[in-house]
Design a protein around this ligand. Structure first.
Ligand code: ADP
Length: 349
């Protein structure tokens, strides 16, 4: 194999640039020219007026400059056209016309589906799991997850300090889409008293009960870490009915959010204050931790080696602390398991 390409796709994740650097260093080492495809799969569809907007030959000195930076130099995007076989054919034709004989795709499960289709069109692809969500069950870690958790841990520690100063509970919302791993690991790492995730059904009444127990024990600054997807698993709760049944002035319910949860808990537990913070995009834009950077380095190198050796249609992951690879279709079928034991521990002791 001679020339290869690399792209970042889906949501950005800390460590994407570090992975591109590892791919570039390895490609240079094996004398394989490298092309960076921009804006995810969009860069393969020949929609821009200038080729430079779509792809760029990546020289090692450019890549070394961006390696430690957060974000992704290649840009990332969703590309709805890629759901359409006709557009995927255009992408495969573009790659062939550019003499690109293999592609490294850094993204999540959606991006891996796209890579699998490209493999079927005769373009060898290797996937590297780039997503903060940690929602790819075949691998113990995804690129960016460790960084995102560390951002959340720093934030929750700071929030717990001010919560303690003011004796007020705090709801902290973290990312993770349909996966509660960021929330759970953050809660475990910070001593948070309550964690809510999409994987486990929960009731506001139980959260209020646990909060009241904490207050009764003298812990007036309980931290409730919620995953952004936890509202999916919340049992319906009608504030209107609740307040009415307690003979209070009531107002119609609005869609639930972390801010609203704090306000409901405040009323249910008779507290003076309860606050909320959404940590948000700081989780995605942080500099990668050593753990993510090290994974990026090994995964990037392995991806290039696999393509060089004619091995394709694989994704890279981490198992028992070691970097490994497996077939894309098998990886996409792996079933998720959620650490219920740790979840119960946080919400109990
Ligand atoms: P992630 O890769 O982080 O899971 P998305 O699910 O948004 O993010 O997918 C990123 C991109 O991958 C999509 O915008 C699309 O270009 C491509 N993609 C996703 N699902 C498919 C699919 N089923 N078939 C082909 N391409 C897909």
């Amino acid at each position: 194999m001679n020339k290869i390409g690399v792209l970042t796709s889906g949501g950005d994740a800390p460590g994407m640039n570090a992975t591109v650097m590892a791919v570039a260093k390895s490609a240079a080492y094996y004398n394989m020219p490298l092309v960076g495809i921009k804006h995810g799969y969009n860069g393969l569809l020949r929609k821009s007026s200038s080729l430079f907007d779509d792809m760029e030959e990546l020289h090692l000195d450019t890549v070394l400059d961006i390696a430690d930076r957060p974000g992704t130099y290649l840009r990332t995007a969703r590309c709805m056209e890629f759901m359409d076989p006709a557009w995927r054919q255009i992408a495969a034709d573009t790659l062939r016309a550019m003499g690109i004989e293999g592609l490294v795709v850094i993204g999540g499960d959606g991006s891996f589906h796209g890579a699998e289709y490209l493999c079927q069109l005769g373009i060898p692809c290797i996937g590297i799991p780039g997503t903060i969500d940690n929602d790819l069950p075949y691998t113990e870690m995804t690129l960016g997850y460790d960084t995102a958790v560390n951002v959340c841990v720093d934030a929750v520690r700071a929030i717990r300090a001010t919560s303690r100063s003011h004796d007020r509970p705090h709801v902290v919302e973290v990312m993770g889409r349909h996966c509660g791993d960021i929330a759970l690991t953050t809660a475990v790492s910070t001593g948070a008293e309550i964690v809510l995730v999409p994987e486990v059904e929960w009731r506001i009444e139980d959260v209020a009960k646990r909060l009241n127990q904490q207050i009764a024990k003298g812990n007036t600054r309980t931290t409730i870490v919620v995953a952004e997807g936890c509202w999916e698993s919340m049992e319906p709760f009608d504030m209107f009915t609740f307040l009415n049944s307690h003979g209070k002035k009531c107002y119609a319910g609005e869609p639930i959010s972390s801010m609203r949860l704090a306000s409901i808990l405040k009323r249910m537990c008779g507290m003076i204050e309860a606050r909320s913070t959404v940590i948000g995009y700081t989780q995605r834009g942080a500099e990668p931790t050593a753990r993510d950077s090290a994974f990026a380095f090994e995964a990037g190198n392995l991806a290039v080696r696999l393509l060089k050796d004619g091995i394709s249609n694989q994704v890279i992951g981490m198992k028992e602390g070691k970097v490994f690879y497996m077939a894309i279709d098998e990886a996409l079928q792996a079933k998720r398991s959620f650490n219920r034991y740790l979840y119960d521990l946080v919400n109990t002791i």
